[in-house]
Design a protein around this ligand. Structure first.
Ligand code: KIV
Ligand code: ZN
Length: 517
């Protein structure tokens, strides 16, 4: 358990990337991807991982169960409505974990109770007490949330919180579900709860702030200043609508401004950047370049005056170092002649434990890359590792791609795709080379999907850098993410598209029925 003494200045970091962020449009993950993120969150040092909502689907249940079995360190939490069956499902999924928490929630604002729950306040209170009591009979660690707390009647909020504390809740979460509050108001709400709710001094008060007005980080910190000792947050600030308080922002604010915030977290800040990249890649949601802490421009200085100041003294324009959040300077690590042994050593230094088969796969990609590129950087190695360890059994394999485009020509592409024994070959035109390539893949595979989102970035700075394409496709209402890397950006785009199709085939178990040409 995190320290439960509320006078302590340790702020519990409760990560909801796998629950609240996973609810955001297009962000859904495979179970193995959730487990991979959970391992990285444990490496990052979060106190609590909210692994999912077990009763909501079999996939959610399995993900929470596997994370509970496999991920050591943090407390694993599962979400449940104030409904006995939800709580039982959460307990069953969580039981293998060494330390686990049931997080049960209802709504406390008049608008939610009247229109959504269709219950009177006294019914809501009764159900909440019963649920907390039941959860407490299963575990010592029970969190209670009243959705839309800032828009609730404060007297009712005091009443229900007092009642659930008496029923055994150990953490009381105050969600600003619709991101409506302001820092001053939210801070005052926390202070008022501490003043007016008997028994509140025995529990941890938590914040859960959404970012609809861009104030989630500020509101969470205002909560801490007024006595909250848990922050619920997500990597890259992902989550419903405009997202949640961003983990990297709240953590680095606490770290950088300890002089006024006077508290600390257990986060290993050097792991922030890597965690952000992993979540972005697996969810297929790019981080905006100017995003605080983890955006591509967060440590980039452009104007002459700034650069001049920095060269004279870093602290002129830098309030934290890139290294402190895990953004390291690009290092030339290996060349063509470095060999398998050198590659293995570098992968280990970068924190990756690879089995022999994975190492062999990465080595083959590395030698291919080293032939094309003069210098191979850490970022390149990480991209190759990502590519290898997230590779799926390939239903479709890109065997050949030829593409032509230029001023005054009609972009065209020819692809050859191997599917088992079948060779699928087609040519197509398009608005540009990527469009032509995607049209050719569609003709070859016979799979018509909707391309929802596409982005390409250079993994390192130079024009010969590896390009990484990330995209999302939609098929029959479900979203699938694909990613591809190559020094040729059209090839990276084709690989990303085919990897999304492979995800789709695996996840819909349609390997034998779809795209049969
Ligand atoms: O935003 C919210 O109110 C939630 C609750 C389930 C805590 O996510
Ligand atoms: Zn939420």
């Amino acid at each position: 358990m995190p320290k439960q003494d509320k006078n302590d200045n340790h702020v519990v970091i409760f990560d909801s990337t796998l629950r609240d962020a996973e609810q955001s449009p297009g962000a859904s993950l495979k179970v193995s991807e959730k487990v991979e993120i959970a391992h990285q969150l444990a490496r990052l040092g979060v106190d609590v991982i909210e692994a999912g909502y077990p009763r909501s689907s079999d996939v959610q249940f399995e993900a929470v169960h596997r994370i509970s079995k496999e991920v050591e360190g943090p407390i694993i939490a599962g979400l449940a409505r104030t409904v006995e069956k939800d709580i039982d499902a959460a307990a069953e999924a969580l039981r293998p974990a060494r330390r686990w928490r049931i997080h049960t929630f209802t709504s406390t604002s008049p608008v939610h109770m009247e229109y959504m729950l269709k219950m009177s306040p006294s019914e809501v209170l009764k159900k909440a007490v019963k649920a907390v009591r039941h959860a407490r009979s299963l575990t010592e660690d029970v969190e209670f949330s009243g959705q839309d707390a800032p828009r609730s009647d404060v007297k009712f909020l005091y009443e229900i919180i007092q009642a659930v504390i008496e029923a055994g809740a150990t953490t009381i979460n105050i969600p600003d579900t619709v991101g409506y509050s302001t820092p001053e108001e939210f801070g005052r709400l926390i202070a008022d709860l501490r003043q007016n709710v008997p028994g509140i001094d025995k529990v941890i008060i938590s914040t859960h702030c959404h970012n609809d007005l861009g104030m989630a980080t500020a509101n969470s910190l205002a909560g801490v200043v007024n006595g909250a000792r848990q922050i619920e947050c997500t990597i890259n600030g992902l989550g419903e609508r405009a997202g949640n308080a961003s983990l990297e922002e709240v953590v680095m604010a606490i770290e950088t401004r300890k002089d006024i915030l006077k508290c600390s977290t257990g986060i290993k800040t050097e792991e922030l950047y890597r965690t952000s990249r992993l979540v972005s890649r697996l969810m297929g949601i790019e981080v905006q370049p100017n995003k605080a802490i983890v955006g591509a421009n967060a440590f980039a200085h452009e104007s002459g005056i700034h650069v001049d100041g920095l060269l004279k003294h870093r602290s002129t324009y830098e309030i934290m170092t890139p290294e402190s959040v895990g953004v390291t300077k690009s290092k030339m690590v290996l060349g063509r002649h470095s060999g398998r042994h050198g590659l293995k050593a570098r992968c280990e230094e970068l924190g990756f434990e690879l089995d022999e088969q994975q190492l062999q796969g990465i080595y083959e990609k590395f030698t291919e890359l080293a032939d094309k590129k003069k210098e191979v950087f850490d970022e390149d190695i990480i991209a190759l590792i990502d590519d290898e360890i997230t590779a799926l059994p390939e239903m479709f394999h890109l065997d050949y791609l030829q593409c032509s485009s230029g001023t005054g020509t009609l972009p065209s592409a020819t692809v050859r795709i191997v599917r088992g024994e079948q060779i699928l070959q087609e040519a197509a035109w398009g608005d540009g080379p990527v469009d032509a390539t995607y049209n050719a893949i569609t003709k070859a595979t016979g799979l018509k999907v909707e391309l929802e989102n596409y982005s390409i970035r250079a993994v390192t700075g130079s024009s010969e850098a590896l390009g990484e394409a990330i995209l999302r496709i939609r098929y029959e209402g479900k979203v699938f993410v694909g990613r591809g890397v190559s020094t040729d950006i059209i090839e990276a785009s084709a690989k990303a598209y085919i990897s999304a199709l492979n995800h789709m085939m695996v996840r819909t178990n349609s390997g034998n029925t779809l795209g049969a040409k």
